[in-house]
Design a protein around this ligand. Structure first.
Ligand SMILES: Nc1nc2c(ncn2[C@@H]2O[C@H](COP(=O)(O)OP(=O)(O)OP(=O)(O)O)[C@@H](O)[C@H]2O)c(=O)[nH]1
Ligand SMILES: [Mg+2]
Length: 733
């Protein structure tokens, strides 16, 4: 392409039917062919009007030239990039706004500024501003603290005072003050005259199968234990029982299985009294110890129910001894822990236990303030496909009614319905009552505090604030993590660099660069999605998965988890990540809707974990397992002639099992392996044989003739089998 530049441009202006002025700004022409100009005319604003293919006669060539293109883009005026600049990536730079020398004469204004703030910004007296406001429509409240929500009104006031305005964001300190007000916290303790007696909250805890649920069933005439999947409790249950003396007691039933430690911990925190159920036949077990520890930490009094005394193997004295050893000061030894031998199944001594509970409650003088904003604690939460998000909570202060606006962590609710443990609607829930709350917009987390606020607007503001705080904390913690990772990476890099330097400057030429392998590449992996019926069970499963410690053999990835039925989104996720969906006590879609997705439904936690272990094991490569078939002692070594060569033969006697010629042999000398390989020949007397039994003598020739067996060596015959590997993960139950 020939560049003619300004010369042609000048000439072009002489073209008879092109207006001289219009072409005045032409700066560059490109000519591909003397008769055909591929012209790029820059900055010829007017020339835009010319269509391409306009004919211009350029005197130099004295022939009509075809102007193919008028290009008027300003970009053509740009300075050419240097080769250097072309190489560097394109960086878009925005020219900074003009710096403002000092304060501009315009006053800063913002929406919702107060009259006093406006006066300050306008640099006028408050009186002046208030006077100006009298002439502005809509500016009715002239109190210094009154906020003006309308920007137009603010600008109008400024105009009346002849000050230019500039709209800016509200200053930070104002919003900070606002933010402090945005969170809600429990109220300070109520004054004594407001306090009214309330039912005690009693949590029944103990080792798995020691009879907690049966005890509560007997106390309230229900039959929950019989209907439980796998015979174990997997939820925390809350209900009120009216004792024979007419007193009401709120009971929490907790699971005893090892996997549910978080539920037990929550139970211990939310309660006034712990009834520790110990089966007299078993005595103190792992979870009994855990409960004693939890009670100590939460400083909650314990009453021991020594259960199953109807059983012949029950040993009350031994159990009591073990309890004393655990540090419990039993009443009979002058302490304050009552031990009541009962039989939950037969109903023996239940009255005594109930009395012990009421006495303890009376001693504690449990009272609460039933007025004002509600406070409570979430015991459990779940998503019901028909009723939506639900939580079981215990009210600790105030009286909960329909229509209240509640906040719990990052969830909020406008209470649409209140139900007792039997699903009967309640009008109100005073302190100490367990209640099912309907109307949550988000699912509250079990164990979280519930606080009532005046309006939904307030709830939204608090939520926004809490979300921001959560986000900030997340960023802070993740930045720590990033820094740590970076340091680790740097350390690794430095070590590698050092190693490279020590090894000298050696680089494989021509070969492809090996892409750096991801640490986990090539490793087997099991991805899972967990869906559970309630928050507590999902949490329990996650807690168990947390103990997984065999990532170097097979990675376990939790792609997603949540409360509720298996949804379409879960299926999509499972497909995308090739994940297994574990549905714990929730509905899974029919197989025809869940094609290609592995959904595994369970309602007993240990079965689910067993299945997961199997899935993990299936992913592990098979391992070679050695089996020793027999052993022989080398009695002497002699050389025989084989063609022209002399080869060593070990004269042996089989001492254990059998020797098989086709299998592998290992020669051991003083415990060390001298040879590991196959046999060339196996002879008994003069005959070549395939097997040698115990106590039979034989002559064995090894494949490697350089190895010389010696008297006293041991020859081991072994075989290797491939066996499926089992994951070494032990969740502890
Ligand atoms: N003989 C006898 N058996 C009992 C007694 N109490 C409970 N059982 C039996 O013990 C088994 C376990 O009882 P549960 O009430 O389910 O035990 P649990 O402590 O609630 O168990 P988890 O909730 O799984 O920790 C059941 O088969 C009961 O019938 C008792 O007093 N005597
Ligand atoms: Mg139970």
């Amino acid at each position: 392409m020939l560049k003619i530049g300004k010369f042609i441009a000048r000439n072009a202006t002489k073209a008879n039917h092109v207006d001289r002025q219009r072409l005045g700004a032409v700066s560059r022409f490109y000519i591909t062919n003397p008769l055909e100009i591929n012209a790029e005319i820059v900055l010829g604003k007017d020339i835009i009007n010319y269509n391409s293919r306009t004919m211009i006669l350029v005197p130099r060539f004295q022939s009509p030239l075809l102007l193919r293109e008028f290009h008027c883009s300003a970009s053509r005026l740009k300075r050419r990039k240097t080769a250097e600049e072309k190489k560097s990536p394109r960086i878009i730079e925005y020219s900074p706004k003009k710096a403002q020398p000092g304060k501009s004469d315009a006053a800063d204004v913002w929406r919702h500024m107060s009259v006093a703030q406006l006066a300050k910004e306008l640099e006028r007296s408050l009186d002046d501003v208030q006077e100006a406001m009298l002439y502005v429509k809509g500016a009715d409240n002239i109190e210094p603290d009154a906020k003006i929500p309308d920007l137009q009104i603010i600008q109008e006031i400024a105009k009346k005072l002849a000050v230019k305005t500039r709209v800016v964001a509200p200053p930070d300190n104002a919003s900070e003050d606002d933010q402090k007000e945005r969170d809600v916290t429990p109220r300070p303790p109520a004054s004594a005259e407001l306090l009214k007696p309330r039912p005690p909250v009693v949590t029944v805890m103990g080792h798995v199968d020691h009879g907690k649920t049966t005890l509560l069933d007997s106390l309230r005439g229900a039959d929950v234990a019989a209907g439980e999947a796998g015979g174990i409790t997997q939820h925390i249950g809350a209900f009120t029982v009216t004792l024979e003396n007419g007193e009401r007691v709120t009971f929490l039933d907790t699971p005893g299985h090892a996997a549910f430690s978080a539920m037990r911990a929550r139970g211990a925190v939310a309660t006034d009294i712990i009834v520790l159920v110990v089966a007299a036949e078993d005595g103190v077990m792992a979870q009994t110890r855990e409960v004693i520890q939890l009670a100590k930490e939460a400083q909650v009094p314990i009453i021991v129910a020594l259960n199953k005394i109807d059983k012949p193997e029950a040993n009350i004295e031994k159990s009591k001894q073990e309890l004393t050893q655990m540090g419990l000061a039993l009443e009979e030894h002058g302490g304050d822990v009552q031990v009541i031998p009962i039989s939950a199944l037969k109903g023996t001594n239940l009255q005594l236990l109930a009395e012990a509970v009421s006495t303890q409650a009376t001693l504690m003088g449990l009272k609460a303030d039933p007025t004002g904003f509600v406070e409570g604690i979430v015991v459990e939460s779940k998503t019901d496909p028909r009723r939506g998000k639900l939580s079981t909570a215990i009210v600790s202060r105030g009286t909960l009614r329909k229509g209240s606006v509640l906040l719990s962590g990052l969830a909020h609710a406008k209470v649409r319905g209140l139900f007792d443990h039997n699903g009967q609607p309640l009008n109100e829930a005073p302190p100490g009552t367990p209640v099912e709350i309907l109307g949550w917009r988000e699912l509250p987390l079990a164990g979280e505090l519930i606080l009532e606020v005046e309006t939904e607007k307030k709830a939204h503001a608090v939520l926004k604030y809490r979300e921001q705080e959560a986000q900030r904390e997340k960023i802070e913690s993740s930045s720590d993590e990033i820094r740590k990772k970076e340091e680790e990476h740097q350390a690794k890099y430095r070590a590698e660099r050092e190693a490279r330097r020590l090894a000298g400057r050696f680089r494989v030429r021509g070969g492809q660069r090996v892409k750096q392998m991801d640490d986990n590449e090539g490793k087997p992996r099991v991805s899972v999605i967990i869906k559970g019926d309630v928050h507590g069970s999902v949490e329990a499963i996650l807690d168990v998965l947390e103990t997984y410690n065999s990532n170097e053999n097979c990675r376990l990835d939790i792609v997603h988890y949540g409360v509720g039925n298996v949804t379409e989104g879960d299926l999509e996720l499972a497909k995308a990540f090739d994940a297994i969906i574990y549905a714990f006590a929730v509905e899974a879609p029919q197989p025809k809707f869940a094609k290609d997705v592995n959904i595994r439904s369970y309602n007993i936690i240990y079965r689910l974990i067993d299945d997961l272990k199997e899935q993990l094991s299936n992913k592990l490569p098979p391992v070679e397992v050695e089996e020793v078939l027999g052993e022989a002692n080398v009695l002497q070594n002699f050389l025989i002639n084989e063609g022209r060569k002399e080869v060593p033969v070990a004269g042996c006697r089989c001492t254990k099992g059998v020797l098989k010629k086709a299998q592998k042999f290992r020669l051991l000398r003083d415990g060390e392996t001298v040879y590991d390989g196959s046999l060339e020949s196996m002879r008994h007397l003069k005959n070549e044989v395939d097997t040698i039994k115990k106590d039979v003598e034989c002559g064995l020739r090894l494949k490697d003739t350089k190895v010389l067996p010696q008297a006293g060596d041991i020859l081991q015959c072994y075989t290797t089998n491939t066996e499926a590997q089992k994951t070494d993960w032990d969740p502890g139950f």
